[in-house]
Design a protein around this ligand. Structure first.
Ligand code: NAD
Length: 376
């Protein structure tokens, strides 16, 4: 079996879909691994590193590969370059990137969406959403701290005592928990809020304060995702957290509702109440943003507040982000590896494969995507 690792489709994408270590792991399964020249250059890995790991460095493209791996995408050109019957594995943006998925169905390319790996204990080792958002939570705090005109920890010096910065984390899933832990390690005073009541204990166990808001019934899906709030609940949330935002030096938002646009939580009026020099890092900018009017890809100043709207915050730490993504992919491939056939089992009846396989034998086979399209 031959596997080809595509380069990222965005010019500013420093992460890669395959590290030399990952290439070695896959080669050890008996897979012929091929990578394009300079694949790992943004992370400091040379073509020689890939060759040493057993990969072939070739500019030939994915044409005759049985498995093609990537990060985001694929673009229409990339779909056209993948062989009929081959398997593509990567982030597919399954609820928005309709044309890429339909293009693969039409071409008879099979496809696995890394975003749809079920959030179960067994699938944790393949869960790329978790591994990337975990790093994003860490990067959000460091980015925010770098834009703050003050330090995070309390400092007692002969010249006087500096108070700890106040950090407010909104949305406490994987990214939010890591943001809290990172801000606490740096000595900040941390408040946090989430609509899922189950989060309160987790916030407290990290030494942060949970901001309690009475929203009535909120709940979560069987996968642990938040249920979208009603308009009335959203209004109550906004009112209740406005004063905490006004008192915070650094606000980090990571609130998401699976398969939907991120909720707008930090309004322009709230920014006006913040102290000049404060910072807001919008960790949900990829899905529309939690900050009203946030500009994707920009670091801007509004009402004296620095707004950080950089996409995919795990790009800030591309070496570890690539290592974790590659490990997730390799774990997935190893889990479904059929040694005798020398191929990946695309078993619809398996809970994990059934969840993430979206195109197979020329058909759209994801119930989640079908339902999402019907409910639009
Ligand atoms: P996510 O990225 O979908 O959302 C981030 C957070 O935003 C969530 O905690 C959500 O409750 C919160 N949120 C949504 N709307 C909000 C609003 N209006 N205001 C404030 N907060 C809001 O979440 P995630 O990080 O992907 O985690 C989702 C769930 O999956 C969690 O319960 C997590 O523990 C669980 N999980 C389980 C596994 C596993 O068992 N293998 C792995 C990863 C995550």
């Amino acid at each position: 079996m031959k596997l080809y690792a595509l380069k990222g489709i965005h010019a500013d994408e420093p992460r890669v879909s395959l590290t030399p270590t990952g290439a070695k792991r896959l080669s050890n399964l008996g897979i012929a691994v091929c990578v394009p020249p300079d694949l790992g250059v943004t992370c400091g890995w040379t073509d020689a590193d890939y060759s040493l790991a057993g990969a072939t460095v070739t500019a030939d493209g994915p044409g005759d590969a049985d498995v093609v791996i990537g990060l985001e995408g694929p673009t229409p050109d990339q779909v056209a370059s993948i062989a009929r019957g081959a398997l593509y594995i990567g982030y597919l943006d399954p609820f928005s990137a309709e044309s890429a998925i339909d293009g693969m169905v039409a071409r008879g390319v099979n496809a696995i969406a890394m975003e749809l790996i079920p959030r179960t204990t067994l699938a944790q080792k393949m869960d790329a959403l978790s591994s990337q958002t975990n790093l994003a939570g860490y990067a959000a705090v460091l980015l925010g701290a770098n834009h703050l005109p003050q330090i995070l920890p309390m400092m007692m010096t002969p010249a006087g005592t500096l108070k700890p910065a106040r950090v407010f984390v909104i949305g406490v899933g994987v990214a939010g928990l890591q943001a809290i832990a990172t801000a606490k390690r740096l000595g900040a005073r941390v408040d946090a809020f989430d609509t899922r009541p189950a989060v309160e204990e987790q916030v407290k166990s990290l030494g942060a304060k949970f901001v309690k808001v009475d929203l009535g019934e909120t709940g979560e899906t069987k996968d642990g995702y938040a249920v979208e709030l009603t308009e009335e609940q959203r209004a109550r949330e906004v009112e209740a957290i406005a004063s905490v935002i006004a008192e915070s030096d650094l606000v980090i938002t990571t609130a998401q509702v699976f398969g939907r646009r991120a909720p707008v939580i930090v309004t322009d009026a709230m920014l006006q109440r913040m102290r000049p020099g404060s910072v807001v890092v919008d960790g949900a900018v990829d899905s529309g943003g939690n900050v009203e009017g946030i500009e994707m890809g920009q670091i801007a100043r509004r009402h004296g507040v620095t707004l950080v709207g950089l996409p995919h915050l795990s790009r800030q730490v591309p070496v570890h982000a690539s290592e974790m993504y590659t490990a997730n992919l390799a774990n997935l491939i190893e889990h479904f590896w059929d040694k005798e056939a020398g191929a990946i089992r695309l078993d619809h009846d398996d809970e994990i494969m059934g969840g993430c396989l979206v195109a197979h034998n020329g058909e759209l086979c994801s119930d989640l995507i079908r339902k999402h399209r019907e409910n639009r």
